[in-house]
Write a protein that binds this ligand. Structure first.
Ligand SMILES: [Zn+2]
Length: 105
């Protein structure tokens, strides 16, 4: 039995009755957390569990990923602007070069 909270979003996960144990309202959208106990699943809106510091860690990781993705898009737009879209052969050759460098995506 998982005793620790699991964090997800109502658009991709459901757990138990999807009724928040804090505010007693249905969880129909957005971030929520859940865990299982002997009685079933406990579910809580993110907004009803903001004292859980893991939400801050999740937000930090999401922001870091978004920033990383923006840097990748900026670099790719610059490449395409100068050379056009890379063909499959060029991508495969560069991917092969990256193997072992730890820099493959
Ligand atoms: Zn709630």
């Amino acid at each position: 039995m998982a005793k620790r909270w699991i964090y997800s979003d109502a658009s991709i996960t459901t757990a138990g009755t999807m009724v928040c144990t804090a505010c007693r309202k249905p969880i129909t959208e957005g971030a929520f957390r859940y865990r299982q106990n002997d009685a079933g699943f406990l579910t809580q809106h993110k907004a009803c569990s903001l004292d859980d510091l893991e939400w801050k860690q999740i937000e930090k990781r999401q922001q870091e990923y978004a920033a990383h993705n923006e840097r990748r898009k900026t670099a790719l737009r610059a490449y395409i602007g100068e050379f056009g879209a890379p063909d499959d052969y060029l991508i495969a050759e560069c991917m092969a070069d990256a193997v072992g460098t730890g820099k493959q995506p």
